[in-house]
Ligand binder design. Sequence first.
Ligand code: UDP
Length: 315
Amino acid sequence: MANALITGGAGFIGSHLVERLIKEGWTVGVLDNLSTGSWDNLDLAQGPSLIAKTWDVSVPWPTEKFDIKWDVVVHLASPASPIHYQRLSLETLRVNSRGTENAIEAALRDGARFVYGSTSETYGDPEVSPQPETYWGRVNPVGPRACYDESKRYGEALTMEYWRRTAIDARIIRFFNCYGPRMQLDDGRVVPNFIRQALLGEPLTVYGDGSQTRSFCYVSDTVEAIYRMMTGSKLAGHVINIGNPWEMTIREFAQAVSAAIEVPLQIEYRPLPQDDPTQRRPDIQKAEQLLGWRPVVDLPEGLIKTIRYFRSRVR
Ligand code: UDP
């Protein structure tokens, strides 16, 4: 039991983490500007242990914002879906640069541990598969995904430099595609798109020829990994991939969604967006060794839970 500040705690992954921490008896602060999150996501976490404030973490927050000393700061605030981070490109650049610095400074002030939520996008369109943490990536620094990829890479560099130059205990998680309840129905990512389309009896929009691959990790597995990253010892300065190594093509994923919803597979092919990575699969040996973690929810089970959530929301 301790005190944790979660930036982006009203978002998809953030809200599941907040809920878990409250259940474990933590006191939790949340800063979120609601650009892609919603306080509704925290309905189940309401109570005296949750202190939630609307704030853009790209702007330093005054110490009096919370009358509490944090033990851990987890920086998750950032749009994460391509359509949102491209719509909010400057905000995305800011939250991963200035926002990361503000979150690190807040952690330093309190002598707190710092966990940075980074992404597999730091690998760009990788030439190696699966991607280990030692791979440097292949990123277009001026393309339409650069506002996210490059700012996350800068956030990682900043985190590591603070770790080298100050006494901060800083750790980096690289999240691979995560899915589950509370993704936004219109967030444009493949999971909500395919589920919405299949529930409405519409064709699934496959971009390109659908041979590009992704590996999907259910949100409870992701949260378990964050929890271990927050609470484990001897992890300072480590970068750890968190994802499910079960890789599939987007066409196979379309089949899996249609099968789970029990509708015939219909596909409408659309152009592949520029710089869309052709393959993505995490090497999770480091997570297994250092966190004793590996995902336990397989795709059919995770899809059923996610579809149940979306069913009540699709009209
Ligand atoms: N995608 C697709 N149809 C959609 C949405 C996405 O075929 O309606 C593809 C997209 O081109 C990418 C993959 O699915 O290859 C995953 O896209 P998403 O936006 O979910 O996340 P990314 O992993 O690209 O950040």
